[in-house]
Ligand binder design. Structure first.
Ligand code: SAM
Length: 287
């Protein structure tokens, strides 16, 4: 179906867009085609989060091996059934992408094979969804997501800017990031107030490997009180003042430094120093 046929179908069913669910449907056929092309989904398994009325889903289904599409709004399920009926390689699941067991669902849908995520993400879950995808044990290779520009800024931020924080650090640790498609507000129904972009995160191991969950716990703690010094945040994390000061000094950082000034490598080195301190304290106790 064309996107204008899909919009007519929605209208005929009396569908009303829910702003709080981030329902801005992408209807520009050229942009949809460009996303599918740039996401390079040919022959690949694809998880789509927030299928909406299926405009992107059907474009993905034309090239992908299999598509698993998740949508929270049950009013859209009959629409998805009609739109995606002819696409035999698509499975739709109704539910909240933040709560569903993504590991089990994708293992079942893709027979345990690796997959990519391609989605026009609802803006209000951008951060938790990206954390969920990156922190989990999913066999993911690529994530291509349409985000509002302010969210792109948070993903790609570098030290020293206000958008910089745990999300940018998590993404930089797990992936190379590239902007692949721009979309103006008029490409959507209803139109959002801001520009959007599709970014591609190509997952790869970072040269320095650490225990990721513990590392991200430290990073998140360091940003809990953004205006406070790193030493203060490390104390809130559980270190004694002298331990926090030693760790900061051992990384050749000034005592008044704040978390927002540290790049990924500096955070990794801080994490390693603190882990070593912990090990030697344990050894001391054992003597
Ligand atoms: N993929 C469609 C498109 O490109 O036109 C729709 C994208 S729209 C920006 C986001 C979709 O995500 C909406 O259909 C919304 O109902 C759905 N959604 C919102 N929160 C969700 C959640 N927690 N889990 C799954 N889907 C969600």
């Amino acid at each position: 179906m064309t996107t204008s046929e899909i919009m007519t179908l929605l209208q005929a069913r009396g569908f009303r867009f829910t702003h709080s669910l981030g329902q801005n449907f992408l209807v520009d056929e050229d942009i949809l085609e460009e996303i599918v092309e740039r996401a390079a989904v040919s022959g690949r398994n694809v998880l789509e989060i927030g299928a909406g009325a299926g405009c992107l889903t059907q474009a993905l289904a034309r090239r992908a091996k299999r598509v698993l599409a998740i949508e929270i709004d049950e009013k859209l399920m009959p629409v998805l059934e009609t739109v995606l009926g002819p696409c035999k390689n698509v499975r739709c699941v109704q539910g909240d992408a933040l709560k569903l067991d993504l590991e089990a669902l994708t293992r079942d849908a893709f027979d345990g094979e690796a997959f990519d995520v391609v989605a026009n993400l609802p803006y209000y879950i951008t951060t938790p969804v990206l954390f969920r995808l990156l922190e989990g044990e999913l066999p993911l290779e690529r994530i291509c997501v349409m985000l509002q520009k302010e969210a792109v800024a948070r993903v790609t931020a570098r030290p020293g800017v206000k958008e910089y924080g745990p999300l940018a650090i998590q993404c930089a640790y797990r992936a190379d990031i590239e902007t692949i498609v721009h979309a103006a507000p008029h490409c959507f129904v209803p139109q959002p107030h801001v520009e959007s972009e599709v970014i591609a995160l190509d997952l790869r191991p970072y040269p320095v490997q650490v225990e990721e969950k513990a590392f991200m716990r430290l990073v998140k703690s360091c940003f809990l009180m953004r205006r406070k010094t790193l030493v203060n945040n490390l104390m809130a994390y559980g270190l004694a003042r002298n331990e926090a000061e030693d760790a900061v000094r051992a990384c050749s950082l000034p005592p008044s430094v704040r978390a927002e000034a540290l790049d990924l490598d500096q955070f990794l080195s801080l994490f390693c120093k603190i882990s070593l301190q912990g090990d030697s304290t344990e050894e001391e106790k054992g003597k």
